[in-house]
Write a protein that binds this ligand. Structure first.
Ligand code: ADP
Ligand code: MG
Length: 596
């Protein structure tokens, strides 16, 4: 497992430059829901018009009253009607744009999931689950907010400005001109304020990231940590991160309140200008008092969204970074391409496969910049042969197995199954023909039966129990309160390590695949159980190709052939006796284990 970075913020694993295209690339995703977007744009325009009519009714009422006419029912009804209608229109517009936004997020999430599922071991070696989660949750959230709130902001800004100015010019053109000069000042200030607030907010986010990271690290490794009595150390490190977060948050609060407090004073300048000049116009009889009041309302209508221009810019910038991080993944090619046709795609039955395997000068690495995990390996395996793979940790044993179901593709060289190169098989057929039981015994949060028959939920219980029998797991199943219906926890915590291992072994055996690969599946069981498993295994796999990784020479001896890997190189291959005679790593191991 890659060690979590200390102190540094959670570093994105892709380059994040401000690539311009990423926002434009969101458009097709939004366009898929253009019905809702279109409706909301129209509805927002309607709402603004309704809103803009209110000051006109107000002006009419004031001027009627000023003229000593008390019958203002007309304008009052007008205002009530406009306000009520606006309420309905605005809320439906908001729902519509949110619906569009949540649909965009839904589509993106699905596409992301799809893309990630098509990546292989090399990709998941380079990227952490945490990074993927951030993209799926927080980056998609940012994009969703950009689509909904961003659109609302943008729409308000455009509509309010045009409608507001149109109304001002209609009421008093000479006064409307006076409103222009303060606007750029306000807009520029709003951008400046937004930038400082964003810097503060980013600092807060980064420190919060540290807090989460520390917590995750701690509770992920809680057993190790408690066993080693490292709590005080961990607590001190957590307090440090927590303190930094509090400080950053307070700083952000100070900046935010200062910036937002200054804004109304700037806006007041506009109001003062209108009051001074407009007052003079009223005195000169060029403007009615009612119209002056209405004018103020339009000034507010124009200035209000100007104040949030900065927020909009921030949202767009953050949206761009997030969209880019999403497209980084969405643009990934399939790590393992699926162009082959042999074996077909449909049906869950394993295709007729004899089980001959060949490696020809195979070199494999996890990513172009990494050292080769397996170098220039040539190996031929006959149908039905049982091969034991041995070698020190990191020798490339798991890599060798991973190449066969194409969890990883080789850098150079070729692998074949039944003399057909692996890429010429369809991935589905290949992976049905080759069953791999990985080293880490992973159980899904589901019932045991579903876990054991993961490839085929409809499989008959008797078949599952037979496989469990062969894996020396039958007794455990029988002893469980609900048998195969027993829920196993998120990480199968209700089962011991050895039981988990036998569960995954059952999962591999039950498929009766022409080729079975077992990656260190007996490590957590005692020698007696292991012997029992091997008996079951050999019986169940008679005539079928089987490769298993083991660390015990007593186990390896039972294979037809033993191969020894060291540092990614095939060092020796042959029977127990032959390898003993050769000397070297295997002979030393056998001697130590008392089987020489
Ligand atoms: P073994 O199973 O013999 O212990 P592996 O095949 O797992 O060895 O590993 C061989 C080499 O490849 C090691 O150097 C290991 O660090 C590297 N390696 C294995 N898996 C990955 C991965 N997913 N990403 C990057 N490097 C890996
Ligand atoms: Mg391994």
């Amino acid at each position: 497992m890659p060690s979590p970075s200390r102190g540094s913020p959670i570093t994105p694993t892709f380059s994040v430059g401000a690539r311009r295209g990423s926002l434009r690339r969101l458009l097709p995703w939004v366009a898929r829901h253009k019905g809702w977007v279109g409706y909301s744009l129209l509805a927002f325009a309607g709402a603004r018009l309704l809103e803009a009519s209110v000051p006109l009714f107000l002006a009419e009422a004031i001027d009627l009253l000023a003229a000593g006419n008390w019958d203002v029912r007309g304008p009052v009804l007008g205002i009530a009607g406009a306000v009520l209608a606006r309420l309905f229109v605005v809320s439906s517009a908001r729902v519509a744009i949110r619906r569009a936004a949540v649909n965009v997020a839904f589509d993106l999430r699905r596409a992301l999931f799809d893309r990630l599922q098509r990546q292989g071991l090399a990709f998941f070696g380079r990227h952490t689950v945490g990074d993927m989660m951030t993209r799926a949750v927080s980056d998609i959230g940012v994009v969703r907010r950009l689509v909904s709130v961003g659109t609302i902001f943008l729409v308000i800004l455009t509509y309010a400005t045009t409608i507001g100015f149109a109304a001002m010019f209609y009421l008093a053109p000479e006064l409307a001109w006076m409103v222009f000069p303060p606007l750029p000042v306000i807009a520029v200030y709003a951008l400046f304020a937004a930038r400082s607030m964003r810097a503060a907010s980013e600092a807060t986010q980064a420190t919060l990231g540290h807090v989460t990271e520390r917590a995750q690290e701690t509770f992920g490794g809680i057993r190790t940590l408690q066993a080693m009595a490292r709590e005080p150390f961990v607590e001190a490190r957590f307090r440090e991160a927590n303190d930094a977060y509090r400080a950053a948050f307070l700083h952000q609060a100070r900046i935010n309140s200062l910036m937002t407090a200054i804004m109304p004073s700037l806006a007041a300048v506009g109001t003062l200008i209108v009051l001074g000049y407009g007052g003079a116009l009223v005195q000169a009889g060029a403007l009615t008092p009612g119209k002056l009041v209405a004018f103020f309302a339009y000034v507010a209508m124009v200035i209000q969204p100007m104040r949030s221009a900065g927020t909009l810019v921030n949202m767009v910038q953050r949206g761009r970074v997030s969209a880019e991080r999403l497209f980084d993944i969405l643009d990934l090619p399939d790590e393992i391409d699926d162009q082959g046709a042999r074996g077909g795609e449909s049906g869950s039955a394993a295709p007729p496969v004899a089980g001959a395997l060949a490696f020809q000068n195979v070199t494999a690495r996890y990513g172009a910049t990494r050292a080769a995990a397996l170098s220039n390996l040539t190996l031929h395996i006959k149908p039905g042969e049982v091969i034991a793979i041995m070698g020190p940790v990191g020798a490339g044993k798991s890599t060798l197995l991973a190449l066969l179901p194409r969890l990883l593709d080789p850098d150079a060289g070729q692998l074949t199954l039944d003399n057909t190169p692996l890429p010429a098989w369809s991935l589905g057929a290949l992976r049905r023909a080759i069953a791999l039981v990985p080293q880490d015994a992973f159980l899904f949060a589901d019932d045991l039966g579903a876990n054991l028959s993961y490839d085929d939920p409809e499989r008959e219980e008797a078949l599952i129990l037979d496989a469990a029998e062969a894996a020396a797991f039958r007794q455990t199943v029988d002893r469980l309160p609900d048998g195969l219906d027993t829920r196993v926890g998120e990480r199968g915590l209700t089962l011991s390590g050895g039981q988990r291992q036998r569960a995954t072994l059952t999962r591999g055996l039950v498929r009766q695949a022409p080729v079975l690969l077992l990656d260190d599946c007996f490590a957590a069981v005692d020698t007696h159980t292991e012997a029992q498993i091997l008996d079951g295994l050999f019986k169940a796999r008679a005539g079928k190709t089987t490769l298993f990784v083991t660390h015990r020479s007593a186990t390896a001896q039972r294979a037809d052939r033993i191969i020894v890997l060291e540092d990614g190189l095939l060092r020796a291959a042959g029977t127990h006796e032959k390898l003993l005679a050769q000397g070297g790593w295997y002979a030393r191991l056998a001697k130590r284990q008392g089987t020489a």
